[in-house]
Ligand binder design. Structure first.
Ligand code: SF4
Ligand code: SF4
Length: 673
């Protein structure tokens, strides 16, 4: 049947409408599944959201951060251009005289055809590379529990796109031949690939060309409509999910967890136990996953063999939503199926260090950490289900407001002899130095706190400490999932700080920094908060610190997750180090936003690490030792502890030193320190 003529156009119209109706039906079902989720407000800043779609969807900014992403870039744009070409074929299927050149004009049509030819060729190349990677190179990040199903799905999709392009080229090659035969026919010669391919059909009589045209047209049309119907059932569901997911992406600080309303007595459960207890946006995340594996490729838990792969977690949650959600759409259906135990394991949930690598590298802005914390919240608050060693540390926070359980009254003892004003005695200071638990109680942390005091005094900064009145900020309790304990601590500490009229805070701990800066506004703590590297950098720029004493050492710097990925402080620590004469900074392979966690975050500092092929801190220490440094510089007291343990495990503690940047800076200021 010749496309565009009756009854072919009627048949095509029916098939087209049926395919669109089927697609809309499945899309509507997906929408209804999203509506099973809890409310969440992501409807602000529409202009900025649209701008994000342009940058991250059309511009694929996160995708092309790495070379393999350019293949996806080409496939994405090729797909759009093919779709524009397909619209013309659809038009010609309904009416035989339909052609773009008749209303766009010949020059514009020629340019469009040329672009289509070039992009189609580029997409073929990108797809062949993609097939080679998946089936020959088999990169670790594309590995799935169910590898056969994943490969089959990817193979079908890649095969369908390749077939579409082959059929499109066939159709265009024949269209060129026909245009030469028909008076008034036109096919832009600029589409040189189609024209070159038309050589295969040279010499065929018009009737044979019409036959080939019919074949290519119908085959192309049916494949594209079949593809449309298949999308919602395949990994290419992300074609539908990614755009809205980028649009509704998070604008709040990445390090801010949501606040549970613990005072609402109508609430019967906290955290997430079942799929429909996630918010609609958390469910939309599941549709958006491209299964690219960048999250797992950078996940320290996954890379050290823990039972956690963020890619798999998202995939399993998606499968569960699609199956269990379908049942829940039936009226009156209650969800009895628990996620932890059925869809993910407790070991998986507790393996996360909240390092943020997954969220940093996800091209479609999927938010993994809030999901893990929501699952932990339910385990901790509703089921009292957590690793046994966490019990002790929770009790220590409750009784002494520090994880070691040391007497709270001794919290300010580290500052004895340093002549630091205590706010209770003199509150007329510009900055509060919030020391934190490690700075107050850990032997290593106390040295860093003392170095910081000396630096602040040297620069003439007006500051004081809370001393014995200081309490833990509760950051780790929150990440462990004990929101109740965290909120109790946060309310108390915010009241103490506000009671002294403090407006500016400096802290040496990136965890406390992130928490005070990004989470305490939820509890009335609206302060300017500085990490000490950020503040020291400012003093350096203002000329109030001048490190002149040379330090002839080779060192590498470890980016703390909560400083770098969470708060974007990558350059300040480096510029401080580079200001010290003769200090030679070497970068580890995983640095800045790709930095590998030390293993302490998300409460992991206080949990046994018995699973996997290696301890995360030892793996990170190995990465540092690969550079043969004399020093490992850190900006976090917990990183310092983890590295020191790592060096002991590698029997390198005598030859390699771990130093906080404040300590190095002080050495460069004061001979003999
Ligand atoms: S936050 Fe870090 S440890 Fe947790 S899943 Fe993401 S990458 Fe893995
Ligand atoms: S969650 Fe993001 S980074 Fe991970 S596989 Fe899915 S799309 Fe890729």
């Amino acid at each position: 049947m010749q496309p565009g003529y009756f009854p072919a156009n009627l048949l095509f119209g029916i098939i087209f409408l049926a395919a669109i109706a089927f697609f809309l039906f499945t899309a509507h079902r997906l929408y209804r599944l999203l509506r099973l989720g809890q409310p969440e407000d992501r409807f602000d800043q529409i202009g900025r959201r649209l701008q994000g779609v342009v940058t991250f969807v059309l511009g694929q900014q996160r995708v092309v951060r790495e070379p393999a992403g350019w293949g996806h870039f080409l496939i994405f744009w090729g797909f759009i251009i093919i779709t524009i070409g397909s619209l013309e074929t659809f038009g010609a299927g309904l009416y035989h005289g339909f052609a773009y050149w008749k209303f766009l004009g010949r020059p514009l049509t020629a340019a469009l055809y040329l672009l289509q030819d070039l992009l189609c060729a580029a997409v073929v190349a990108a797809l062949l590379v993609s097939l080679y990677r998946r089936f020959v190179i088999k990169p670790e990040r594309l590995r799935f529990d169910d590898q056969h199903a994943a490969n089959l799905d990817a193979g079908i999709i890649i095969g369908l796109i390749l077939l579409l392009i082959v059929l499109l080229f066939g159709d265009r090659a024949v269209a060129y031949r026909l245009s030469l035969e028909q008076s008034g026919g036109y096919f832009p010669g600029a589409a040189f690939i189609s024209v070159a391919l038309s050589g295969w059909f040279a010499g065929l009589p018009p009737a044979a060309l019409e036959g080939w045209h019919s074949f290519f047209w119908w085959a192309h049309t049916l494949v594209i409509l079949g593809f449309l119907a298949y999308i919602p059932f395949s990994k290419h569901l992300h074609i539908l999910g990614a755009i809205p997911n980028v649009f509704y992406r998070r604008f709040r600080p990445v390090g801010e967890l949501s606040k549970l309303d613990l005072e609402d007595e109508s609430v019967e459960t906290y955290g997430v136990a079942r799929i429909n207890e996630f918010t609609w946006k958390q469910l939309l995340d599941l549709y958006a996953c491209t299964e690219c594996g960048r999250c797992s490729e950078n996940c320290p838990a996954h890379l050290t063999g823990k039972p956690l792969s963020p890619k798999e977690t998202i995939h399993h949650l998606k499968k569960h939503l699609l199956s269990q959600g379908q049942l829940l759409l039936a009226p009156g259906e209650a969800n009895e199926r628990l996620l932890v135990g059925e869809v993910c394991s407790t070991d998986e949930i507790w393996s996360c260090t909240t390092c943020g690598n997954c969220m940093e590298h996800c091209p479609v802005f999927i938010e993994h950490i809030p999901k893990f914390v929501d699952l932990r919240r339910h385990l901790v608050l509703m089921d009292s289900d957590f690793p046994p060693e966490v019990q002790t540390v929770l009790r220590n926070w409750e009784t002494n407001s520090n994880p070691w359980g040391l007497a709270f009254a001794t919290r300010g003892d580290w500052a004895q002899g340093l002549e630091v004003p205590i706010l209770a005695e003199n509150a007329a200071v510009e900055y509060l130095f919030y020391v934190g638990c490690a700075g107050s109680f850990d032997a290593r942390g106390k040295k860093v706190a003392a170095a910081m005091v000396r630096l602040l005094q040297h620069a003439g900064v007006s500051f004081g400490i809370l001393g014995a009145e200081e309490k833990c900020c509760g950051e780790t309790a929150r990440r462990i999932g004990n929101e109740y304990l965290f909120q109790t601590m946060a309310v108390e500490l915010a009241e103490t700080i506000n009671g002294y009229g403090i407006k500016k805070i400096i802290t040496t701990c990136p965890h406390g920094y992130n928490c005070l800066k990004n989470e305490y506004p939820q509890f009335g703590g609206n302060w300017e908060v500085y990490h000490h590297t950020e503040f020291l950098h400012r003093l350096l720029q203002e000329g109030r610190l001048s490190p002149r004493r040379p330090l002839d050492k080779k060192l590498t710097f470890h980016d703390s997750c909560y400083l770098g990925r969470y708060n974007g402080l990558y350059e300040e620590p480096r510029e401080l180090l580079q200001a010290i004469p003769e200090l030679r900074l070497m970068e580890m392979e995983r640095h800045r936003r790709k930095s590998f966690c030390c293993g302490a975050g998300g409460g992991r500092m206080w949990m046994e690490e018995t699973l996997g092929t290696a301890k995360i801190n030892e793996a990170r220490t190995d990465q540092a030792l690969a550079l043969s440094p004399e020093l490992i510089a850190v900006s976090c007291p917990f990183c310092a502890i983890m590295f020191e343990d790592g060096l002991k495990a590698r029997e390198k503690e005598a030859t390699v030193q771990v130093c906080d940047i404040a300590e190095l800076l002080l050495q460069a200021l004061e001979p003999g320190e």
